[in-house]
Design a protein around this ligand. Structure first.
Ligand SMILES: C[S@@+](CC[C@H](N)C(=O)[O-])C[C@H]1O[C@@H](n2cnc3c(N)ncnc32)[C@H](O)[C@@H]1O
Ligand SMILES: [Zn+2]
Length: 1024
């Protein structure tokens, strides 16, 4: 570290060093699902000396939670937050589980992952002792928004006293099940008891619901049946005809539906070969009736043009059917049976690797109908287990259900799904009651795992469960991943039940857990529970973990003042997931299945004042999220500030805050930065850490999506004063301040190294700029009356310019087609940097241009320009003070539609003058520096004569501009010309005659080289 960034006396390792390579590599394996690129496998083998365990029990198998973070990353962050900066790196790695730990794990499981490596207790003790003169149990680590529990779990495994707070009751149960219960009850036989209870659960379940399913049916695909408004023919709406799946390995995978015009009904057939059959014709939201003789068009979905759409009618009829049976106690007549079969059309089932028609199979249809009768007959006994609660109108995610007339949670199921859920819930509730009456909380703990397993399968059993025909292993997609609203497709999917190994048995995996070969898991609850219990056996961890249902914006009420050594927290990322909304779907089930033990599970640790376990909704009033990317209500901003304020209150003065955050928008970063600053945290470091599956944010243009979270380290250090800064003019006085400049330089240099080491994508790099600017700004005290945003914006400007500057130099001297000598390059670079510092348009445009055209790490010119993602353009634009709208207005950027998924943005240069569609008017272009630079570049390319003559002509034409202005625009033109491709020099295509006049008979790339050289030499004369 340089002078500007002296490490404080009690500095911690995390302010200076993290084993980024190891952590990120391991995290990719941990968060991935199956499949890992060959290169990654080899790299893993090389780094850890063991094969990566790609499939194995993970804590996510306990229950869905959204945005779970890797355990390895959580572990290393917590340990490095306690370890002093002087800790030897190899000792840290060993404590962390690299080396011996992971080898031992690999020996018992055949492959390894840091999650399975025990932290080395001796090394941990030693590090903690030497760093803070305490034993790990005397160090308290808090995660105030603990979610799925990676952070507290790893903190407890390291031996720290661990406190987890969550606002959400579903997460609270996951936390108790995933961290607290194993720590508390591993030695009392938690795993063994749960194993016993699980087997009993599966046995009873088979007895109770087995008969309603076909033997061996893994899953059913249901079509939604609608009636043609003209001929009343029954039409099974689905998107699976003609190929149920694209996986060639599967058999009988082609579906043909034949319509009988007399009966106004149809039959279905599956085969091994695609059959010539007419899938239903559609046009926009309309479809054509497939019955011969009718063939009329009508509206299937969308906003109804008149009356209701067929889809609306379907949902209406379904809600009515369910309502009349479940709440109206209407006895099931054959008419009702038929109504159900016409709405919920069991079309196809998968048995083993083959698909069979179910619609023409009376036995299968009979079982489905029986389930409706059973639901009706047993309604009284099942009353307490049917999720009768309203879908809250506050639940935005489920708004799509409400808008379709599905006003209560139970309406998200067909009768068989509902019957199964109610019966399974009843079994869990009865078990819970019995176990708790014998063993109190321990018994309730055992029941909790059963309830979590049940919750796992309801996710696969709704009328919104997607059939994902592209892959076999993930045949059923969750309804709860990715989409911002509950999404109903044409068809839906249901899980079979016989044998139970396919459903509940799969969710529990008792046999695999019992056998001990837990790496055979495909995602069950018990293998991971076994692992956790083994981990905590004889670990003296009984009292180590506390989980509270509480509000992180009121932490000090729960934890008092200054009791916490480390806060390691991963808060919601702005608008990305509304946890309350999605979890409510699960809460509706959990609260019934666990009803007899809810008080036992919640009461002792409940720290919320206006919510308790009897509530059908989950708390959302103070959830730290926003419902829109602009945070128009200021909700995120308000709560996040309160949250940071509470963090500051509960943290000791020498404590460490480790805050995970990332977001592509400037708005989010402003809120987070301001909250950190206002609560007096200094940010000595920001780390990029791999935390997502690669695909998560990659919906749109793929190359530039964010894959990392940034981890912001906060300390309560004193701030440095900046002399002679006037509150009215922070921006101008700070940017030239020598101390400020020095800190910018050192911080950017440091970040640059990290970017290369972590192999950050351009989008991650953009986010890192925000983080780096925060780090810079956080070190300085503002004069009274000055606004933080002025300081922060200045820091951003300085950071971006500083970051790009050496890149420009490297391009000019090393990677450009026409290399320029160092002295001249330096001069050119200086002009460009000056332009970037003072002119937002240059800053924004050039940054985007370089991201698109140059590899940021190596400065190599890209063969194919990178299309930029909307978020990235927005981010950089805002960051630089010249946004997308402005860029568009001057045609400095072009929007191209890639496919349905999204748009890509391409910064424009000569194209805007030459290519078809390039219609920017010269006068308009001259209003902004990048426009002027473009015009200059074109002149340099097309004027006649040698460079000196050309330069003179240009100067004469541009007589209005000052020399300085001309110089800086010429410098900009040079870097643009140096990073543009041959074919984009443009004139080759549209104005060939002029150039070929100079160089008759030359080939095109040679010509490009020459005209580029001429132009650059011309421009160089204008830079002085
Ligand atoms: C990004 S998630 C944490 C994920 C977690 N680190 C993991 O690995 O699973 C953020 C969590 O913050 C919780 N949260 C939101 N507002 C809260 C509040 N006011 N108090 C406590 N927790 C809150 C959400 O319920 C959510 O679980
Ligand atoms: Zn018709």
């Amino acid at each position: 570290m340089g002078e500007g960034l002296r490490l404080e006396k009690n500095g911690r390792l995390v302010e200076d060093f993290l084993p980024l390579k190891e952590t990120n590599l391991d995290a990719v394996v941990e968060v991935g699902f199956k499949g890992l690129e060959k290169e990654k496998r080899q790299e893993y083998l090389k780094v850890f000396k063991v094969k990566p365990m790609v499939v194995g029990p993970r804590i996510r198998n306990l229950h869905t939670w959204f945005a779970r973070r890797p355990c390895s990353t959580s572990r290393v962050l917590t340990l490095s937050s306690v370890a002093s900066a002087t800790t030897a790196h190899d000792v840290l790695l060993e404590a962390f589980g690299v080396g011996k730990g992971i080898s031992v794990a690999a020996r018992s499981y055949g492959s390894g992952l840091l999650f399975y490596a025990k932290p080395n207790r001796v090394s941990v003790e030693k590090i903690v002792n030497e760093s803070v003169k305490k034993s790990p149990t005397e160090v308290t680590v808090l995660d105030p928004m603990a979610g799925g529990g990676s952070i507290p779990l790893e903190s407890a495994r390291l031996g720290f006293r661990t406190v987890a707070v969550e606002y959400n009751p579903v997460a609270y149960l996951i936390l108790r099940a995933g961290v607290e219960f194993p720590a508390k009850y591993a030695d009392s036989g938690l795993f063994e008891e749960t194993l016993k209870a699980s087997k009993e659960f599966v046995r009873k379940a088979r007895e109770e619901i087995g008969r309603y399913y076909g033997e061996g049916a893994k899953r059913y695909i249901f079509a939604r049946g609608v009636r043609c408004p003209f001929c009343n023919g029954l039409i099974p709406i689905q998107g699976v005809e003609p190929a149920v799946t694209k996986v060639p390995r599967l058999k009988q995978r082609f579906l043909k539906i034949t319509y009988d015009k007399e009966e106004k009904s149809f039959s279905a057939q599956t085969t091994d070969k695609p059959m010539l059959s007419g899938t239903i014709a559609k046009r926009g939201n309309n479809i054509r009736c497939p019955y011969e003789g009718c063939g009329k068009w009508f509206q299937l979905r969308g906003q109804a043009k008149s009356g209701t759409t067929a889809f609306d009618q379907w949902f209406h009829d379904h809600a009515q059917l369910m309502g009349s049976v479940v709440e109206g106690f209407t006895p099931v007549t054959s008419e009702i049976e038929e109504k159900m079969l016409n709405l919920h059309i069991p079309l196809v089932k998968q048995v083993g690797n083959s698909f069979y028609s179910v619609w023409d199979d009376d036995a299968e249809k009979g079982k489905f109908v029986d389930s409706l009768r059973a639901l009706s007959n047993e309604l009284l006994e099942l009353q307490n287990y049917i999720p009768l609660d309203e879908i809250s109108s506050d639940n935005v995610w489920a708004g799509t259900a409400r808008s379709k007339n599905l006003s209560k949670w139970y309406m998200l199921y067909n009768p068989r799904q509902l019957l199964a859920i109610a019966k399974l819930s009843k079994i869990v509730a009865e078990t819970a009651e019995e176990l708790a009456s014998k063993n109190g909380e321990f018994g309730a703990a055992v029941a909790t795992y059963l309830a979590l397993a049940l919750d796992k399968i309801i996710d696969y059993n709704t009328i919104a469960t997607h059939w994902q025909g592209t892959g076999f292993k993930t045949g059923i997609a969750h309804t709860l991943r990715g989409e911002s609203t509950l999404d109903f497709r044409k068809e839906y999917c249901e899980m079979g039940f016989l044998p139970p190994e396919l459903s509940l048995g799969w969710a529990l995996e008792s046999d695999i857990a019992e056998s001990g070969s837990i790496t055979k898991t495909t995602g069950g609850v018990l293998p991971v529970l076994r692992f956790l219990c083994d981990e905590f056996k004889d670990a003296n961890a009984k009292e180590r973990v506390n989980v509270y249902l509480g509000d992180a914006t009121q932490l000090s009420n729960i934890l008092g003042l200054k009791n916490i050594d480390v806060i390691n927290v991963d808060p919601p990322y702005f608008e990305q997931v509304i946890y309350s909304d999605r979890s409510e779907f699960f809460w509706a089930i959990l609260r019934r299945a666990l009803a007899p033990v809810l008080e036992l599970l919640f009461k002792p640790n409940l720290k919320l004042t206006n919510w308790n376990w009897t509530s059908p909704t989950v708390p959302r009033e103070r959830e730290v999220v926003t419902y829109d990317k602009q945070d128009t209500q200021g909700r995120f901003s308000k709560f996040f500030k309160e949250f940071m304020n509470e963090n500051s209150k509960v943290l000791k003065d020498d404590g460490v805050l480790t805050l995970w955050f990332t977001h592509p928008t400037a708005e989010a970063w402003h809120v987070v930065s301001e909250s950190i600053y206002e609560n007096k945290f200094v940010v000595p470091k920001v780390w990029p850490l791999q935390t997502e599956m690669k695909t998560r944010y990659k919906k749109q243009v793929n190359i530039i999506a964010q894959e990392m979270s940034l981890v912001i380290i906060g300390r309560k250090y004193p701030r440095q004063k900046l002399l002679e800064v006037s509150p009215q003019d922070v921006k101008n006085s700070v940017i030239e301040n020598p101390l400020f400049k020095k800190v910018v330089e050192e911080t950017v240099e440091d970040t640059r190294k990290i970017i290369i080491e972590a192999n950050a994508s351009p989008a991650d790099t953009a986010a890192l700029m925000f983080g780096t600017a925060l780090s810079v700004a956080s070190r300085f005290e503002l004069p009274i009356g000055a606004k933080f945003s002025d300081l922060y914006d200045t820091a951003i400007t300085a950071v971006v310019s500083k970051y790009v500057q050496p890149l420009i130099y490297k391009v000019l001297t090393e990677t450009a087609p026409l290399k320029i000598d160092p002295t001249t390059s330096q001069k050119i670079e200086k002009h460009i940097t000056q332009g970037m510092l003072t002119d937002p348009a240059t800053r924004s445009y050039l940054t985007l241009w370089l991201i698109s055209r140059v590899d940021l790490a190596t400065a190599k010119i890209r063969q194919e320009p990178l299309g930029l993602h909307f978020d990235l353009v927005q981010t950089v634009g805002k960051l630089c003070g010249f946004g997308l709208d402005n860029l568009k207005q001057y045609e400095l950027i072009q929007e191209r539609t890639i496919d349905k998924a999204g748009k890509a943005y391409h910064p424009q240069f000569l194209e805007m003058l030459t290519l078809a569609g390039g219609k920017a008017s010269l006068d308009k272009l001259k209003e902004v520096a990048p426009g002027t630079a473009t015009i200059l570049a074109r002149s340099a390319l097309t004027e006649s004569g040698d460079p000196t003559t050309r330069a003179k002509t240009i100067k004469a034409k541009m007589s209005m501009a000052s020399d300085r202005e001309l110089a800086s625009n010429a410098a900009l033109a040079i870097i643009l010309l140096e990073t543009t491709r041959d074919q984009d020099l443009g004139y080759r295509i549209t104005d060939k005659t002029k150039i070929s006049g100079y160089f008759p008979g030359m080939d095109e790339s040679e010509m490009a080289r020459l005209i580029r050289e001429l132009a650059i030499k011309t421009l160089t004369q204008l830079v002085f």
